[in-house]
Write a protein that binds this ligand. Sequence first.
Ligand code: FAD
Length: 434
Amino acid sequence: MPDDPDSYAVIGAGSSGLAAARNLQRAGIPWAGYELASGVGGLWDISGPRSTVYESAHLISSKTTTQFAEFPMRDEVADYPSHRDLLGYFRDFASTHGLSDGFTFGTEVVSARPTGDGSWTVVSTGPAGTVERRHAGVLAANGTLSEPSVPAFEGSFDGEVLHTSAYKSPTVFTGKRVLIIGAGNSGCDIAVDAVHHAASVDISVRRGYYFVPKYLFGKPADTLNQGRPLPPRIKQAIDSRVLKLFTGDPVKFGFPAPDYKIYESHPIVNSLVLHHLGHGDLSVKPDVRRLDGDGVVFVDGSRAAYDVVVLATGYHLHYPFLDPALLRWAGRGSAPDLYLNIFTQEDPNLFVLGMIEASGIGWQGRYEQAELVASYLRARTSNPAAARSFEDRVAGPRPDLSGGYHYLGLERMSYYVNKDAYRSAVRAEIERLA
Ligand SMILES: Cc1cc2nc3c(=O)[nH]c(=O)nc-3n(C[C@H](O)[C@H](O)[C@H](O)COP(=O)(O)OP(=O)(O)OC[C@H]3O[C@@H](n4cnc5c(N)ncnc54)[C@H](O)[C@@H]3O)c2cc1C
């Protein structure tokens, strides 16, 4: 990688890093990428050291609501492609736009810090050893779903404990009694995998969930109702009614009733969990009270024996190469305090990409984040007045990105946005900077 202090460092070559590279390229802004894995694709490259996908992983959102708008997936690709197809997609995207040559692969950024004169120093380790380079700024696109969140349980367990981040293949369950703790999208996918291999499968949940099937009326569920967003109360009333008609009441399958409305937490997109519950392949258990030798005691006082416990307990945000103060962040728990989840008022040359959770935001939502960063950098020379008023907004109050939904106070919901509210806020800023 040639030394180029005018270039912006892009950290990560997943959907967010590729979107960053592509938008800087389109704006004529020099960039240089760092990627720990041996190629592009981010967590969709199952062999990547930080990948948390498993052999059976497919998109949860459908391809047309997920793909980059400028690079639609081929017609022959399925509605919900596998991780293999998605890796192929990112490789095609990178080679079509000549992005791969701009990344140094097998190279981990271990530190990125402002030098004090407006530029940044990035320290990386890789085949070239430890390398220190100066850059004009940093776009951190290192992903949000790689650093496991592992709860502390009372007691101890004699069997195997596995976090979803380490799960790849259901053969690990062959002949075993399996407990999955947590029924998020990965927990449900893994439960469905396990029923074909394990001696028994239970899933322990703390709250009720809304289950959205992958297809409704013969179409990918997330492609319906794509027009003007309905007011939250109306959308919640209609969609929960449609779901009850299509999937039935999850309470009848053993789940607790949700004590929140649909879309106040991330919905579970899985048609098969209820199917397997209905076939007796899977049972729902309450929250865990304590681990207990060869088994687990639940909060209702019941106890069951297991060989494997899978922690489907989610992920922490993780920016170990950055000083958390630059992100206005305590480091754990809540999320960095960033304007539009991207810009910090602590440094005008630091940007975080991909730090959004939202139902249906897709890679296009991440692409638009990168487009906004490139628009701001370009405006600093082409329209300094617009860039300055943008900086005032970065330092000002945070806009409401909830779309009127009252999100649950969970760690992963601390950077959750409503996709329509978020995308229109980002689009409005891109237009103001033009
Ligand atoms: C099972 C599963 C299913 C999912 N389904 C969907 C879905 O249906 N729709 C959807 O929109 N999203 C889905 N996601 C979310 C997923 O996070 C996004 O699709 C997307 O991969 C995020 O891209 P990213 O570039 O932000 O992060 P990542 O894809 O995680 O890429 C980050 C990259 O940064 C690299 N990196 C990390 N640290 C460093 C470092 N210090 N130095 C250099 N490189 C570094 C990593 O190696 C990685 O390649 C799913 C996630 C999982 C796990």
